[in-house]
Write a protein that binds this ligand. Structure first.
Ligand SMILES: NC(=O)c1ccc[n+]([C@@H]2O[C@H](COP(=O)([O-])OP(=O)(O)OC[C@H]3O[C@@H](n4cnc5c(N)ncnc54)[C@H](OP(=O)(O)O)[C@@H]3O)[C@@H](O)[C@H]2O)c1
Length: 342
C-alpha cells in the first residue's frame, strides 16, 4: 500500500520565469501512469539532471517536475507478471525526470519495458554509482569494439575524463587493455585518473587545435568524446586511418568547428553517436550484464560521493561549473542513507 504523499525534490517555475527546486511532499496519486512502482533507494546527479533542475528548456519540458534520470530500488507495486514486489531493478533515461516525474523522490511509476532487472553481481548501490554515466560509458566502449578498434591499433583518447562518463570510459578501456590518454581540465583529478588506469593524462589544450587545418598528424586509433566542439574537431582531424570516435556529449559546445569531409574520405574514419536515454532494452540488458560481469570495476567507491536531497542544490551548481570529479550519487531511502553514512 503506497502512502498518500511522498517526499521529493520538486522543480517549478514562478510567474517571472525563475526556476527553483525545493524539497516537499507531493500526492502519490500524481505519479505518472505506468505498470511498475519502484521505491527509490538511490538516484544520481548527471550533467543532464543539473540542466533539467535549473530549467534548461532542452531537458525539462514540464513544470512542476521531479528531476532524476537514474533510479535503482525495489518494486513495490506491479501490474505485470514480469516484475514482482521486492524485485531489485534499475531504470535510466527515457522520459524520466524530463517530460515526466523522475527519480529524486521516494517513488517512481514507469512502463514495464523501461525496467531492467538488477544483474546478479551488482548491488543497488553499485548500479547507481554507475547510473546513466556508467551505462553510457559501456555503450561508448562497445561502439569502439564494434568498429574494430582493438588495443593493438594504438592510443584511445577520452575527453571530459574526470566526469561521470569520462572516468568510467577510462576505467573500462584500461581494464580491456587499451592505452588510454585521459584529457582533463582538472589538475586535481590526475591521481584518480592514474588510478583508473590512464596511461597518459593530457590537458584540454592538448586537444584544442585552432589552425583550421582539415587534417592533423594521425594519432588516435579510437576516441571517446563527452564534450563536443573544438576538442572533438581536433580529435577527429587527428584520427589514424580507419579510426573510430564514439561521442555522447556537449559539455564544451554542440558545434564541431573546422570540420570537413576529409578525415572521413581520406582516412576512412567513423564517427558514431550514443543515445543512452532511448536505447533499446535488449542493449541495456546486455550492457548492464557486462558492467556487472566482465567489465566490473573495482574503483566504484573511489569515484563516488554520496549526497542527500538537501545537498543537491550545491552539487547542481558544482557540476554545471565543471567542479565535480567522478559521480554524485543521491541516497534517498533511509537504508541507502545509512549504508552511505549520511
Ligand atoms: N548521449 C547520451 O546518451 C549521454 C549520456 C550521458 C551523458 N551525456 C552527455 O555527456 C556529457 C558528459 O556527461 P557526464 O554526466 O559525464 O557529465 P560530467 O560528470 O559533468 O562531466 C563532464 C566533463 O566534461 C568536461 N568539461 C566540462 N566543461 C568543459 C568545457 N567547457 N570544455 C571541455 N571540457 C569540459 C569536464 O571534465 P574535465 O574537467 O576532466 O575536462 C567535466 O567533468 C554531457 O554533455 C552529458 O549531457 C550524454
Amino acid at each position: 500500500m503506497l502512502p498518500e504523499t511522498f517526499r521529493c525534490y520538486l522543480v517549478d517555475k514562478d510567474a517571472e520565469g525563475r526556476v527553483t527546486g525545493r524539497i516537499t511532499e507531493v500526492p502519490t496519486a500524481n505519479l505518472p501512469p505506468g505498470d511498475v512502482v519502484v521505491r527509490v533507494d538511490y538516484s544520481s546527479l548527471n550533467y543532464k539532471d543539473a540542466l533539467g533542475a535549473t530549467g534548461n528548456p532542452g531537458v525539462n519540458k514540464t513544470f512542476p517536475n521531479i528531476p532524476g534520470v537514474d533510479v535503482a530500488g525495489r518494486v513495490v507495486e506491479s501490474g505485470v507478471y514480469e516484475f514482482c514486489e521486492g524485485d531489485e531493478v534499475i531504470v535510466t533515461g527515457f522520459d524520466m525526470g524530463t517530460n515526466r516525474w523522475g527519480a529524486w523522490g521516494d517513488y517512481i511509476r514507469v512502463p514495464q519495458d523501461w525496467v531492467v532487472p538488477m544483474p546478479a553481481d551488482l548491488s543497488i548501490r553499485e548500479s547507481m554509482i554507475l547510473g546513466t554515466a556508467g551505462l553510457t560509458a559501456g555503450f561508448l566502449v562497445q561502439a569502439l569494439l564494434d568498429h574494430d578498434v582493438t588495443p593493438e591499433k594504438g592510443q584511445v583518447v577520452v575527453t571530459g575524463a574526470s566526469g561521470g562518463v569520462g572516468c568510467f570510459s577510462v576505467a573500462i578501456l584500461a581494464k580491456l587493455g587499451y592505452e588510454v590518454v585521459a584529457v582533463t581540465g582538472k589538475e586535481s583529478a590526475h591521481p584518480l585518473l592514474e588510478s583508473l588506469g590512464a596511461a597518459e593524462i593530457a590537458r584540454r589544450e592538448a586537444v584544442s587545435d585552432s589552425s583550421g587545418k582539415p587534417l592533423l598528424k594521425g594519432r588516435w586509433a579510437g576516441a571517446v568524446d563527452t564534450v563536443g566542439s573544438a576538442p572533438l574537431s581536433t580529435i577527429l582531424r587527428a584520427m589514424k586511418h580507419g579510426g573510430c570516435a564514439a561521442i555522447c556529449g556537449n559539455a564544451a559546445g554542440f558545434d564541431i568547428p573546422d570540420m570537413t569531409v576529409f578525415p572521413f574520405i581520406l582516412r576512412g574514419i567513423t564517427l558514431t553517436g550514443i543515445d543512452a536515454a532511448w536505447c533499446p532494452i535488449p542493449l541495456r540488458h546486455q550492457t548492464w550484464e557486462k558492467l556487472a560481469g566482465e567489465w566490473k570495476l573495482d574503483c566504484l567507491d573511489r569515484v563516488a560521493q554520496f549526497v542527500t536531497l538537501e545537498q543537491l542544490p550545491g552539487k547542481i551548481a558544482e557540476i554545471l561549473d565543471s567542479k565535480i570529479t567522478g559521480r554524485v550519487v543521491v541516497a534517498i531511502s533511509d537504508e541507502a542513507k545509512s549504508e552511505s553514512l549520511l
